[in-house]
Design a protein around this ligand. Sequence first.
Ligand code: PLP
Length: 392
Amino acid sequence: MKFENLPDSGGHYGEFGGKYVPETLMAPLEELEEAFEQEWHNDDYRAELNHLNRTFSGRPTPLYKSESLSRLAGTPVYLKREDLCHTGAHKINNTLGQALLARRMGKKRIIAETGAGQHGVATASVCALLGLDCTVYMGSHDMQRQQPNVYRMNLLGAEVKPVSTGSGTLKDAVNEAMRDWVQTVENTHYIIGSAVGPHPFPKIVRTFQKIIGEETRQQIIEIENRLPGLVIACVGGGSNAIGMFHPFLDDDVQLVGVEAGGRGPKPGDHAARLLQPESGVLHGALSYLLQDDEGMVMLTHSVSAGLDYPLIGPEHAFLAKDKRVEYQNATDEEALEAFHFLCSKEGIIPALESSHAVAWLMKNMERIAKGVPVVINLSGRGDKDVEIIRNI
Ligand SMILES: Cc1ncc(COP(=O)(O)O)c(C=O)c1O
């Protein structure tokens, strides 16, 4: 039960995490933490969330045996089908939980940031469902490469605000969302889309995403009558991975997080924070951050917008330092190969983000223990990526 009491009351995971925010946000963050702790233990709130998870989002998602990957690996390989969630990715698990919380806190307006657009679409959907006003910040580069999701957010009634500062990607969108929140916190809730940001956000996001690992644990025991030997998930900010890993932390299960290896290990060409881990503060939390010698946040690159972020969530930094989770990376090229493999051999078009997790398995087949089941979290579907693939 080593990991049960994380974070501590200050939001720390060992030396990582915390609340590095302007004074104006301290009280709202405390108010949020209090509301979350209260509602999470409120039967009425939990019943509402469970009901919508089932009827709106389509949970539980299946645990599906991939025959083609099993043949390649020489051991059973299962895909946790978060790609079958309503709106196309795991993001809805967190968005639904936070929007229901915001409504109970009396907030009428929601803001969010988005990279791949999946979190933006999930947020826009639940806001439409719950009658909340919705603004989504999105980097201009990401808007270009994830066009279908921009249009979907508009259809769902959200305003998408382009952010052209910096590299026009996820980091810049979070900056703008934070700036908005500081000024509007009285009536606005900020639904952060990953296990990042100041405490209590990483804990809240993990709590809503843990359903992925909890279902998987139950399903694999039902199917295989044992736990998996290896669980793999891609890591952007880290929400799908922490949601999948958390229920296995105290078990004898190998956990591998796969970051974006981009074009290769040269600085600026990837988003693999654990290649040369260095601590730094971004968006309210201390964690491993890609930065240059002067401490300036480094530009990142990944073919997948959702993994293109310079900071890894603070709980992952802790798990890396503790050596409980192994963090590896897969390049753009390897992810694309895995993408095409799943399309042509399995009849599944995966998100480019999730393709990184599949890619890591595909290039490490020899290292995999035989006879023990492997689970990959297929965090999302690739409809949003079809244009990117077409233009490569
Ligand atoms: C399908 C999918 N998987 C993974 C991610 C990465 O985010 P996280 O690390 O928070 O799961 C994203 C982010 O947009 C995504 O859309």
